[in-house]
Design a protein around this ligand. Structure first.
Ligand code: SF4
Ligand code: SF4
Length: 422
């Protein structure tokens, strides 16, 4: 009591409350005290941005922290932690915390105040990009995209080279010059990365066997740029969205199928803002109802666990199609990891994370992909099935770095179907 300033004490000699007389000691109240007095400049700077508003809505319930995949691997992260640091004077625009978020949306799923990192992060990152405050490896991916049309820095002329490796003829729109039912948007990693191409050629074979009337854009296709957008390159995204929409407008088709959940997200949710409105589906959504038409001769005898990609599941609500496909493959026994479906863990590749592995290594105790691979191994599965092109290479690296080589294979769902076709 000695610390309480006497002049801030309010008490009456006697007060009657609901018929009971309370003498001075018992009716004592205190003037309102300032329990915090923070400089809100840092927080205001974020909340004043279009898209950054919800940062100020946090009431620090902390529900977001245990579900944040970056926090799980020792990254000291999550919206509440960022909010707190902003109150204590952090400048997010120049702080490393700006680049740790993978925009996985797991915090948004549980946040009662709808603090939306999927809007906050791109808004603040856009300012950082304009000021040139970007980690080097991310800057390189931006420059590659700008110069070559893809973040891998591969030649645009080689974008359709995978077609030559396919066992089947792949219809290219500018060559077939006719309307198709399905325009297949292949995207960069499935077109260039050696493991991405394995799934792409498998998918081509499946599409042909099913007799789907489809075509690809080949060298006319450019990166959908969704991850660059989320990493702060809104300008690059807009330029590429406009170019892709212009290319789409040259052809007639009923719907677009994407190999990549990130492309699905861009084409479904962002391209309509630039006049490109299409029916867009992920390849698993398209194939799931057609599985019984495939004559799957080979019994695979794998115990399989499935990793839900953040941009297919939480962002676009597709949890069932990949599972339906896996369950329809003869010999496959599907086993779930604890963190699955809505609660799925993140591979670390989203929101620009694909190009920030070196940066993240300095901020976390293990990679997100390593944490996930350990969980997959614990299920006793032989195969970790994926359906996002970022994941095959990320998880294969993680299988090696966690010493699980020989214990767990990483395969795209398209590769598994192809294997079962014989
Ligand atoms: S869940 Fe939402 S309101 Fe609660 S601490 Fe996290 S950001 Fe703040
Ligand atoms: S979006 Fe994902 S990585 Fe980013 S703060 Fe939320 S839970 Fe963490």
């Amino acid at each position: 009591m000695s610390k309480i300033e006497k002049e801030r004490i309010i008490e009456k000699e006697s007060a009657v409350v609901q018929g009971i007389e309370l003498t001075a000691d018992w009716n004592r109240m205190f003037e309102q005290r300032v329990v915090f007095d923070y400089d809100t400049t840092g927080l205001d700077k974020v909340a004043d941005l279009a898209g950054g508003e919800s940062m100020a809505w946090c009431y620090q319930c902390t529900q977001c922290i245990p579900v944040c995949p970056v926090n799980t691997v020792g990254g000291e992260y999550g919206p509440r932690k960022i909010f707190r640091k902003l109150q204590q004077g952090m400048d997010l625009f120049t702080h490393d915390d700006l680049w740790k978020c993978t925009t996985c949306a797991n915090c948004l799923r549980v946040c009662p105040k709808v603090v939306n990192m999927i809007e906050i992060m791109p808004a603040v990152r856009e300012e950082a990009v304009l000021d040139g405050n970007v980690p080097d490896e991310l800057q390189e991916a931006f420059e590659n995209t700008f110069e070559y049309g893809n973040p891998l820095g591969e030649s645009q002329r080689k974008r359709a080279d995978w077609v030559k490796d396919a066992e089947v003829e792949v219809p290219v729109m500018k060559e077939i010059k006719r309307e198709v039912d399905v325009l297949w948007f292949v995207e960069c990693y499935p077109a260039y990365h050696h493991r991405g191409k394995d799934a792409t050629t498998a998918l081509a074979k499946i599409m042909n066997v099913l007799g789907i009337d489809y075509g690809v854009l080949g060298t006319e296709e450019k990166c959908s740029c969704d991850s660059q957008r989320l990493a702060g390159e809104q300008g690059l995204f807009e330029e590429f969205a406009e170019e892709n929409i212009k290319t789409f407008s040259k052809y007639k088709f009923n719907k677009i199928m994407t190999t990549d959940p990130h492309a699905l997200n861009a084409l479904k949710k962002e391209y309509p803002k630039f006049g490109g409105e299409y029916e867009v589906v992920h390849y698993t959504t398209m194939l799931a109802p057609l599985m019984e038409k495939l004559d799957l001769k080979n019994k695979l005898n794998y115990k399989v666990t499935f990793h839900d990609p953040c941009y297919l599941g939480r962002h676009n609500g597709e949890y069932e199609a990949p599972r339906k496909i896996l369950e329809s493959i003869p010999g496959v026994e599907l086993t779930e990891m604890g963190r699955c479906k809505e609660q799925s863990y993140c591979c670390g590749g989203g929101g620009g994370g694909m190009w920030l592995d070196g940066f993240m290594a300095d901020h976390v105790q293990e990679r997100l992909s390593e944490n996930r691979v350990k969980e997959a191994v614990e299920t006793g599965a032989d195969v970790l099935a994926v359906c996002c092109p970022y994941e095959v290479s990320r998880f294969e690296d993680a299988v090696k770095s966690t010493g699980n080589e020989g214990k767990l294979l990483v395969k795209d769902i398209a590769e598994l179907i192809r294997e079962a076709m014989g």
